[in-house]
Ligand binder design. Sequence first.
Ligand code: G4P
Ligand code: NA
Ligand code: NA
Length: 190
Amino acid sequence: MEQLKQRIIQEGVVVNNQVLKLDGLINHQVDPELTMEMGREFAERYRERGVTRIVTVESSGIAVAFAAAYELKVPLVFARRKKTLLADPDAYCERVPSFTKGIVTDIMISREFIKEDDRILFIDDIIANGDAARAVIKIIQRAGAELVGFGVIVEKCFQSGADSIRELGVEVESLVKISSLENGTVQFAD
Ligand code: G4P
Ligand code: NA
Ligand code: NA
């Protein structure tokens, strides 16, 4: 997505070889025009696939997932992150270790909002190692729903998350692919 590449070049901040700060576009401030455009792009890629719900994880995935859901006219479900409490029998819950944050969180979706006959499009903002994403996929599978695809705004190809999900047989669509952040420069894969 050319427009997004340009915005990343202009406004992204390369923090180090692993991390690209996108606070002005995605992770702290949201640009409504760009976000709706990204949502339309995901919607175009999945329009003929019979999607019944979109799923994301709070918080940064919500805006773009909403934009896609609005285009496809389906509900958006955002998985909640909870401090570990007692097991909730009414929810699917997966524990995720975060290497970046050094903590463990539980990701949960109520059984009310994910059903066996659902065809789910999973959308997220940036994929690095993909631990949280794999947890969401596990929940979708446990619910017996069909995972139609996984759309991510930014895929960092030099980290293993997106490929590990492709290896599960999931179709992954990225709006931009970044192959390197070395020397303070964003290199796109295509
Ligand atoms: P992990 O396995 O190392 O924890 O990586 P994962 O892909 O699960 O990403 C962990 C969190 O870090 C995610 O946000 C992800 O979007 C964010 N992240 C990873 N790499 C980058 C990066 O280069 N730039 C930015 N801006 N974010 C990055 P999250 O925990 O889901 O938080 P939220 O943003 O949704 O609130
Ligand atoms: Na994020
Ligand atoms: Na996210």
